[in-house]
Structure formats: C-alpha cells, structure tokens
Design a protein around this ligand. Structure first.
Ligand SMILES: Nc1ncnc2c1ncn2[C@@H]1O[C@H](COP(=O)(O)OP(=O)(O)OP(=O)(O)O)[C@@H](O)[C@H]1O
Length: 298
C-alpha cells in the first residue's frame, strides 16, 4: 500500500539558489495493492516529482510517504519491490548494448544464483507476459526495436523482480494508438496480479480507462480526487471541469475555453485551505468553503 500524507517537495531555484519553488504541496492519497491510481494534471503540476519521490529518486521535503508502512529507502531491497517506467524508453537503454542487457543487469543484482537455463526460461516467460515474441526482440539493439517494444521490455524487466508497485510516468505518450492499448492492457494484467500502479498522465481519456482512483493536480496541489467514476462523472472542482471540457481553440489560451469562476477554493481564492472535503463517499474536492460554498454540480 502506497500512502502519501501531506507530502511536500520544495526545490531551490533562482540564479544563486536563493529562491524556492514548491513543486508538490501537501499532497495526500493512497494506492492499495491491485489498484491503479491515475495522477492527472497539466505540465508543471508536479506529477513527475511525485513519481520520483515514490521511487526514492527525489527526497520528500515534508510529510510522509510510505510503502507498506515503511518509508522509502532507495536501495537494492527497495527496487526489488518498486520500479518505474518512463515516457521515453530509449533513454533507459544504452545504445551500444543489446536491449536485453537490462535483463542481465537484473540477474546480476538480484538473482546471481539462478542458472543459465532457468534464467533464460524466466526471461522468455516475462517477455511473453508482455506479449512480445522472444525470437523477435531478444538479441537486438535498441535502435532495432520500436518504442512500444522497448517499453514492454522494461515492464518485462520489472516482472523479473518481486514487484509490488510500479510507477508508470507518461508511458503511453510516445506510442501509437494500438500499441498504447496493448500497454494499457498490460497494466490491467499487472493489477490483476496484485500490483499497485501509479499512472502519471496528462491524458484524461487514458486516465479513466484503468484507474480505480483519480487524483487531479494543479500547481502542485490536489484539487480533486476520489473514485474515478465519481471524479469524471461528477467533477466538482472548476479546474477538473475545465480539463474535461477543454477543446483546443486557435489563438486562445486553453484556460479561456471554460473560465474558472470565483469560488473561494479556486486559484487565488481568499482562503487557500489545504484540506479536501468529502462531498460524497470516496470523492474529495479542495474547497476551503465547502459545504457552505454551496457549489455542487450545475
Ligand atoms: N530539480 C528541480 N529543481 C527545480 N525545480 C524543479 C525541479 N524538478 C521539477 N521542478 C519544478 O517543479 C514543478 C513540477 O515539475 P514536474 O516535472 O513534477 O511537473 P509535471 O507535472 O510532471 O510536468 P510534465 O507533465 O511537463 O512532465 C515545475 O515547476 C518544475 O519546474
């Protein structure tokens, strides 16, 4: 179980590191085993920073982030259970080595006692599990494989570990529609195996596809979260509504498509409360004024 409780990340910023930027601001949510939580927000909203903190690649500035009740402790044992797959699969491979070297590295680090024959069988099974043909992909260099194949090999690599949790950061954004569906189905399969998944995306349509829960981020803060069907079926925060209604129009900034109105919990509102209000079971909205605010579905 992944649990974030008022997790905050502040980076030093500015020419001499004198300023600071709060990339993630008191974010709370949880992902149970077998559950996919989709983290949605526009560019710069803090999604990847959250993913990196879950993976122990970025330190938490404040708040608590635990996996199965333990704080994140990057190291061999941690990465046996928690892995990340990222947007650009090419960046995860060294172009001068064959792509299946990623499996050899896992063997060396985690399964040094496994014999050649058994390891080959395990790799073959993991590759088939991600719906690739071992004969087509093993022994090839990264440039000889497609982005979707490389992405799936990374998921296969994760399957060779005793994986409990996967952070999937924009993993489908570079893929064509059919490969994207394949990879999403793969994530569905991982959920069935009891894995928890944090699925980071700016694509709302993909978020609804698999996620039990949805967290909508804006400027590092959660504006709405809850059961995906409730958040999408009855979006309460104007930002979520804007995201859902956004239609690109030339020569107009996209936020102009559906103006945010002036409820107290909106950006720049008078009372920037950090708590979310449970407006119905399993549906939380950031509103300092709820329930007195009276904003419900129009
Ligand atoms: N190492 C860093 N130092 C300073 N600021 C950072 C650092 N990493 C991220 N930020 C800032 O934190 C904010 C959130 O960045 P983050 O990459 O988490 O957003 P994101 O929602 O994942 O965006 P995108 O969808 O474009 O990847 C941004 O304002 C970014 O500039």
């Amino acid at each position: 179980m992944l649990t974030l409780d008022r997790v905050t990340k502040t980076f030093r910023a500015g020419a001499f590191g004198g300023g600071s930027v709060t990339a993630v601001d008191r974010v709370s949510f949880a992902a149970a085993p077998g559950e996919l939580v989709s983290l949605i927000g526009e560019s710069g909203s803090g999604k990847s920073t959250i993913g990196r903190m879950v993976l122990g690649l970025t330190e938490v500035s404040a708040g608590s982030l635990t996996l199965d009740g333990e704080r994140v402790r990057p190291g061999k044992d941690f990465y046996r259970r928690v892995q990340g797959v990222f947007q650009d699969p090419f960046s995860c491979y060294n172009p001068v080595f064959k792509a299946d070297r990623v499996f050899a590295l896992i063997r060396r680090a985690y399964h040094p006692g496994v014999g050649d024959r058994e390891w080959a069988d395990r790799v073959e099974k993991a590759v088939r599990d991600v719906r690739l043909d071992p004969g087509q992909v093993l022994g090839r260099y990264p440039h000889q494989l497609s982005g979707g194949q490389l992405q799936r090999l990374l998921i296969a690599r994760a399957l060779l570990l005793d994986l409990r949790f996967l952070v999937a950061d924009e993993i489908t954004s570079m893929l064509d529609a059919s490969t994207r569906i394949d990879v999403l189905n793969l994530l569905a399969g991982l959920k069935e195996r009891g894995l928890g998944v944090l699925y980071i995306t700016h694509d709302l349509s993909l978020g609804t596809y698999l996620a039990e829960k949805t967290v909508v981020l804006r400027n590092g803060r959660v504006v709405e979260r809850g059961d995906t069907q409730k958040v999408f079926g009855n979006p309460l925060h104007p930002y979520t509504r804007t995201l859902l209604a956004a239609v690109p129009r030339l020569n107009q900034p996209w936020t102009a498509a559906v103006p945010l109105d002036a409820c107290a919990y909106h950006e720049g509102g008078a009372s920037p409360g950090d708590d979310l209000y449970e407006t119905e079971p399993g549906h939380f909205v950031a509103c300092a004024a709820l329930p007195a605010c009276g904003r419900t579905r129009a």
